[in-house]
Design a protein around this ligand. Sequence first.
Ligand code: ADP
Length: 618
Amino acid sequence: MKRPDKISAGYALALALCWIAATLSGWTPMGTQIDNSASDFMFRLHPPQALKTYSLLLVFDDRTIQLNGGLRRLRETLATGLELIAVGGPRVVAVDITLAEADQETVDGRLEAVFRKLPNLVLPCDLIEGGWQDPLPRFRKPAAAVGHVHADPDPLDSVTRQIPLQKVSGRDRRWALALEAYRLSRGASHILESPAEIEVAGRLIPTGRDPARPLRVRYLAPKDGKSQIPTISIQDLKEKPELAQLASGKVVFVGVTSPSTAKDRLMTPYSYGQAMPGVEIHAQAFETLARGEFLVRASEVWGLLFSASLAAAAGLIFRYLPPWPAYSAAAALLAFVHLFPYWLFRSDILFPYFAPAATAWLSMAVAATYQHFIVRRLLRRTQMEKARYQQAIHFVTHEMRTPLTAIQGSSELMTRFPLTEDKRKQLIEMIHSESKRLARMIQTFLDVERLTEGQLELKKADFPGRELVEACVARARHLAERKRIRIEIERLEDVELHGDRELMEYALYNLLNNAVKYSPPETVVTVNVWQDGATVRIAVRDQGIGMDEKELKNIFKKFYRTKRAEASGEAGTGIGLSLVDQIVTHHGGRVEVTSQPGIGSCFTLVLPAPEPRAVKVE
Ligand code: ADP
């Protein structure tokens, strides 16, 4: 069974954290501000193209106010302007001047009379503390509709990107002035509503589920510093009454634009520090409705999914591609991330900019760094392994020389000199045992490689533990006797083992061999074998040189030898324990080690006990 890959899990977690962090930062004021600035930038990059405008601005500019008695006589001037424009035959007239308080009777009477002459008149209302501030009833009566004149400047940067199409006070709901003007211009009697849209004369206006039903205004870019919506001032109209012809069939928005007078000047994506008068914002909103150019905000879920797939793509790119293709792919992906919102913007979809871009940058950086460190770690590991391997090869070739010299020497003696039968026999035995030692050495090396690559087949059989332990101890005693070391079997339970007996013997013999090798003469090596629940434990304890904690961590690595072992003068390859560990792991067990420098070590093979065999019941 494959062990769960810790590296991959950590990598995926790191990328998921990038995604979460970037998404959260997209919701901070900074993220929102960057999104706004990006949408304004795209707005300027791809301005709406109006081949035709449907409205006209009739305005109180500075000159009109100065030459017509100032603000005190605003209503009289308004009446004059409307009388003149009515001649041109406008389709709708929308007035953005508050008419909530009474003026002189003669003035109001005149204004009322003009209003009566206008068939499609929209008057403004304002939401103030305590409810709606409507026009005086005498003005309200001749009006075809009343619409609110609120804009919706962004709380962060005060830029008006949208207007609320509806506004509610208590149970009294009002549609926007621009929407009412649009309805009347289309000759519709009703505005129909569904949860995410409103419909006017067959045109669907997507508003999303926001209760304010915001409409993104697609402002027409100013041309040569002037609005694209035709604008005439009342004073101009007074001087050239024929200008009224411009209003023919149009929706006329009337309001104050004089910078010194208009209070409701607001910033727009085109402002560059110059604010737009409220009346023009209403006309621009109306133009947006008339052109049917609606900008729809993409749902949050799409934004989240897009960001998540960017993090995943970054992860895959750096995990599976070689370095240079990975960097190129990352650059391409980053370019895509920055262009994608603009591409959608051109299809009238407003997509978040900051969170996906932040996710992409962050996860690319994390993925690249992560992979860089992994590659470096692998490189270091292979370099260390190579160095150790070379050391071992040196050692092995050196080791091989001893038996080879013995074999060469013996065979030479036998061919060159006449020898006694006894001497001959002794030399033949030597050649035999030395060549066997050579073969064993080679076999061990091959076994290590094959076990590591998973090519070595394990034999599977049940066998008694007692036999295994006794055979190994008998073999090790030869070595032990040379150092006057006693091997004592303290406890030997009748345990059953399951697996490859030869390999298991190799493992246990290795432990005994090491115990003897790394112990001073005249010490004791003890062996204990017992069953502990579902496991069988075979422990080999010595009174040898021992190891410290740091050394203990490394002894199962191939070709590792402790300094203490090297200093002891005992020969070794540093392979034995790595092989023991692999054999035991392949059998579903593990090796436990406790050790103290100068006091001794205890190696325990912990193996799963075979399943008890079913007993046949006759
Ligand atoms: P080696 O051929 O060097 O004995 P092993 O893989 O069997 O190789 O052991 C690896 C290293 O672990 C040894 O070189 C030695 O430093 C340490 N070691 C193993 N067994 C013992 C022990 N019983 N006491 C002290 N150190 C040991």
